[in-house]
Design a protein around this ligand. Structure first.
Ligand SMILES: Cc1cc2nc3c(=O)[nH]c(=O)nc-3n(C[C@H](O)[C@H](O)[C@H](O)COP(=O)(O)O)c2cc1C
Length: 310
């Protein structure tokens, strides 16, 4: 692929992000700290802004209402990228995004599919940084496809997640999304989201990115990120993500295919999701643990693949 030449001297990095809670902005600030401190990198920030903002906190209906279009990756119009940002070539783009419904969020996918976004990404190296509850694996596959379509080259990926148990983080994150308040549920559950320690620790990945950027060589970047704990793969979450994608595809097509029944179908989807999380997933977890010895090879293959950027 004909990439833009490696410049000597000052490097240009574009930070693209969307955030409702401010979490991804904080992560972005932490990652770019070493770049800014180096004095060798000019960093430009671009916040993705949908023309019609998504609500935060989320009313219940709106939260479930965005499911079909999120999953089908239907883009929405975005505010134009300022000419000053658009009119430059970058040595590296840092793309910070979050998962919605096992897919890149609508603002994220809208940027990746927009003419302006594609213009920035074309023949440019990209590091993706996901900040989600814990399900980012297949969303990242979708981002990979959109980056490839845009002619970008993925050279690194970091996934920062809520470290609480799967079901605990469902309670705490959904509570955060519906209330807009980041608090310890019932006074005992952990704070929702990526921990402050992990947000601050993200500067360590920034230092790795800086070294690769200055050397103009990204070959060792992803192995270093993985070594530094930047991409942890949990086999049960891979299984849930894959299975969830298959089922979500059916639901999304059903809902958009029957616009007159949309409110009723969204209610049914809401019930399905509740049962899938609280009834089906614990059963699947037990089966997963029992059959684990039979899946060692597959798990190791998955780990190698999902920790990489291929
Ligand atoms: C509509 C919606 C759906 C979400 N679905 C998922 C999901 O499938 N997997 C996941 O790990 N996190 C999911 N999240 C949590 C987000 O990835 C993210 O952690 C949270 O929205 C933090 O907000 P911010 O990055 O916009 O500040 C969802 C959030 C929203 C609002």
């Amino acid at each position: 692929m004909g990439l833009i030449p490696i410049f000597t001297g000052m490097k240009k990095v574009l930070v693209v992000y969307y955030t409702q809670t401010g979490q991804l902005r904080e992560i972005a600030q932490s990652v770019v700290r070493p770049l800014l401190q180096s004095g060798n990198v000019e960093v430009t920030f671009h916040e993705i802004l949908p023309v019609t903002p998504f609500p935060f906190p989320w009313p219940r209906d709106a939260f479930f209402g965005v499911f079909p279009e999120t999953f089908l990756q239907t883009p929405v119009p975005l505010h134009p990228i300022p000419p000053k940002v658009l009119g430059q070539r970058y040595d590296l783009v840092l793309f910070f995004y979050q998962t919605w419904y096992l897919s890149p969020s609508i603002p994220a996918n809208s940027f990746l599919q927009s003419a302006e976004g594609r213009c920035i990404l074309k023949e440019t190296r990209v590091v993706t940084i996901n900040g989600s509850r814990n399900m980012w694996i297949i969303a990242q596959e979708k981002v990979k496809t959109m980056l490839k379509d845009a002619g970008a080259r993925l050279v690194g990926n970091i996934a920062l997640v809520d470290q609480a148990g799967n079901l605990i983080s469902v309670i705490t994150i959904v509570g955060w999304m519906f209330s807009g308040i980041k608090k310890k549920h019932w006074g005992v559950l952990p704070l929702p989201g990526v921990s402050q320690k992990d947000v601050e620790g993200a500067s360590g990945f920034g230092a790795m990115i800086l070294a690769a950027l200055m050397a103009g060589n990204y070959d060792l970047l992803q192995p270093q990120i993985v070594e530094g704990g930047g991409v942890r793969i949990k086999p049960f979450l891979v299984l849930t993500d894959r299975t969830g994608n298959k089922l979500f595809a059916k639901w999304a097509r059903l809902i958009v295919g029957h616009p007159n029944s949309r409110p009723m179908l969204l209610k049914l989807f809401n019930i399905y999701l509740f049962l899938a999380i609280w009834l089906i997933s614990p059963i699947v977890y037990i089966l997963h643990v029992i059959t684990l010895p039979l899946k060692i090879k597959q798990i190791s293959r998955d780990r190698n693949y999902f920790q990489g950027v291929a």
